[in-house]
Design a protein around this ligand. Structure first.
Ligand code: CUA
Length: 156
């Protein structure tokens, strides 16, 4: 069979593109160590309610304007269900799950992370406007998924 010269060029081009694509994918997915939105902290998902700080979830103030919020996601809610912070606060959310994959999503902000059981998933946000912020779950997690929520009260 005789291949036309241009067919041959396009064949090489196609194979070359495929190799480049697979290399980028391989490097991105494996060599760079993709992982959940965490800082590599892990927790046994079966022991969440006995493991500090998740045995007593809630807010911990670490300086004048900064808090850590240790939160547990579960079917179908978050512990605690409400937190209250002064306006201008920066909150480091550290969220784990005691069952399946959930998400921790605050619409209107850039906080939208998966909550993987076994990991302490971390996101940070500064609340510059007072108000009541709804947190919702974006990952389908079962029959009560649509009711899974909590609130962040940002007060003057
Ligand atoms: Cu939790 Cu959907």
């Amino acid at each position: 069979m005789h291949l036309h010269r241009y067919e041959k060029y396009w064949l090489y081009f196609g194979i070359g593109t495929l190799i480049v694509f697979l290399s980028v994918l391989g490097v991105g997915a494996f060599a760079m160590g993709q992982h959940p939105p965490s800082h590599d902290a892990v927790v046994d998902p079966l022991q969440v309610s006995e493991t500090p700080p998740f045995d007593d979830p809630g807010l911990v103030q670490i300086d004048d304007h900064t808090y850590v919020a240790n939160l547990v996601a579960m079917t179908f809610g978050y512990r605690p269900n409400t937190i209250e912070i002064p306006v201008g606060s920066t909150v480091i959310f550290e969220v784990t799950s005691e069952d399946v994959i959930h998400s921790f999503t605050i619409p209107g902000t850039n906080v939208n992370m998966m909550v993987m059981p076994g990991h302490v998933n971390q996101a940070t946000h500064t609340f510059t406007e007072p108000g009541s912020y709804l947190v919702i779950c974006n990952e389908y997690c079962g029959a009560g998924h649509h009711y899974m929520q909590m609130t962040i009260e940002v007060v003057e």
